[in-house]
Design a protein. Structure first.
Length: 187
């Protein structure tokens, strides 16, 4: 409980910084899990494996700099504004959550997945073409997987989680999602 109280204080004092640092840690942790899995597979196949610390740094950078600021501004400002303009009644918390999920899983998820695939590949390879290829090769499969996980996670988020904790919830669910994204980006 003391951790949550401290997190709450940081969230009130510096919401963007707190969400960004948390996101960077979660992206880093997700890639660390994938690299540990890769090490186990290599060991089982009697192959050498070396941890890629640059890749871990890029994962941290993705969460901290390239993703969480977008989530912060989307959940704090853009999404509430858009939901109020939907052509159906969003006056109850559940209806507002449904509207949020519709926007989140149509426009936002497509954008953020392309954003992730492009930037992670450009940062790792220095090649925009690698980013374009990653989108071509992984987008459809990743989007289908996204739709199997995120609508349920986001209905919980937008209906039950207070707005100031919504990015934290996304980071929690996103830890497992980042494992998947890291895996498809590197295998």
């Amino acid at each position: 409980m003391q951790f949550l109280a401290k997190y709450n204080t940081l969230l009130q004092q510096s919401p963007l910084l707190t969400k960004s640092v948390t996101g960077g840690f979660m992206f880093f942790a997700g890639d660390a899990v994938v690299q540990a899995m890769e090490a186990q597979i290599a060991k089982k196949n009697q192959q050498a494996h070396q941890y890629d610390f640059r890749r871990l740094g890029i994962a941290w950078l993705m969460g901290n700099v390239f993703m969480m600021p977008l989530f912060h501004y989307n959940f704090t400002y853009a999404l509430p504004w858009l939901v109020k303009r939907l052509p159906f009644d969003t006056s109850t918390p559940f209806r507002a959550a449904v509207g949020s999920v519709l926007i989140d899983q149509s426009v936002w998820a497509c954008y953020i997945l392309c954003h992730y695939l492009m930037i992670i590949n450009v940062l790792e390879s220095g090649s925009v073409q690698k980013g374009v290829d990653a989108i071509k090769n992984n987008f459809v499969k990743a989007m289908i997987t996204n739709w199997q996980i995120w609508p349920a996670a986001q209905i919980i988020n937008f209906w039950l989680i207070p707005r100031h904790y919504q990015v934290l919830w996304v980071n929690f669910v996103g830890f497992f999602w980042n494992i998947y994204l890291s895996y498809i980006s590197h295998n």
